[in-house]
Each structure stands twice: as C-alpha cells, then as structure tokens.
Ligand binder design. Sequence first.
Ligand code: IMP
Ligand code: MG
Length: 181
Amino acid sequence: MKQLYSKQAIARQTARIGTEISRDYQGLEIILVVVLKGAMFFAADLARTINNDVNVKIDFIRVSSYGTSTESCGVVTFKTDIETDISGKHVVLVEDILDSGLTLFELQKHLQKRQPASLKVCTLFDKPGNRVVAINPDYCGFSIKNDFIIGYGLDYAERYRNLSAVYRFDPEQHQSTTGES
Ligand code: IMP
Ligand code: MG
C-alpha cells in the first residue's frame, strides 16, 4: 500500500482547520457532530486544536453507506442519532471523507429539521470528482483524486482504521495477496 498522507501532514491540516474554526466561532458555542465510525480519529485531534475561546461540545451520529465494497451503494442507513438538542445551536458536522456527497446530504437534511442556528460541514478528505449531489465542505483538509484510501479512521471492510497515516488501497491487489475478497 502506498502512503499518500503522513501523520505529520494530517496533523498540519487538522491544526489549520482548528485555527479556522477558532476564528469563525470565537466567543460562541459549537456542537461538533462526529460521523461514526470513520471521523472519530480526525474529530478527536481536531477538537484539541480548537482554542479555549470557543465552547466546544461533542456528539456522535452513526450512519452506514458502505458495505464491504469500495463503491458507495447510495443508500444511507441511520444507526445511532445524536443526544444533544441542537435547535438554535451552531453545529459543525465532522466527516472523514466526502465522496458522492450522499451521506452528508442525508445527514444535513436530518439535522436541519431540528433547526440549528447554523450547520457547517468539515471533512478531512474531499473527492470532488465523485460528487453525485451538490454539496461542498466549509472546512476541508485535503482535496484528493478518486483513489480509495484507508487509515486514520478510514476503513476497507472495517479494517485499517487504526493506521496513523493514510494509504492508497487497491482491492484487487489486496485479494491477490491475502486471498480475501
Ligand atoms: P459518500 O456518501 O459517497 O460521500 O461517502 C461518504 C462515506 O463513504 C464516508 O463517510 C466513508 O465512510 C466512505 N468512503 C468514501 N470514500 C472512501 C475511501 O476512499 N475510503 C474509505 N471510505 C470511504
Ligand atoms: Mg466507512
């Protein structure tokens, strides 16, 4: 597997986004809504780069849009909802990767119904070339090609989330070396 983004490069972009969020929400309260499971590593690091002038609360939402394949199936299933009442609150949705946009599109619809004061989207990776619905991140770490990537929260069939760097993943090569499908 080829390493595309080092631990250090990820930390740099995360800190840059943390500075942007600190500037945009200075003196305010925000709810970071972390999209499980993929965004948990990014969100944990990001939250710690936001300065003390922002009152940060954290909640989680769990959806699944990918089975074990590397292509979006286009159906988003809600598994666990947030516990916080977000009405009138500033919300930042934290995602690992924005691909077709279908997951975030459904999540935005779901959260907008609760009438937050504002709702922004923060993603570590963006694949703008794969977009099916018109959605753009307000905060983005890396804009990337359409490679399938793993590591730092991103999985292939639930594996590799624990890697500290991000790698390009080739499912065909994976099959030929492991015999797994
Ligand atoms: P979307 O709904 O197509 O935008 O896909 C978003 C979700 O698909 C992300 O939250 C990831 O879980 C998954 N995903 C998309 N691209 C990749 C990838 O390159 N590696 C791992 N997961 C991915
Ligand atoms: Mg996933």
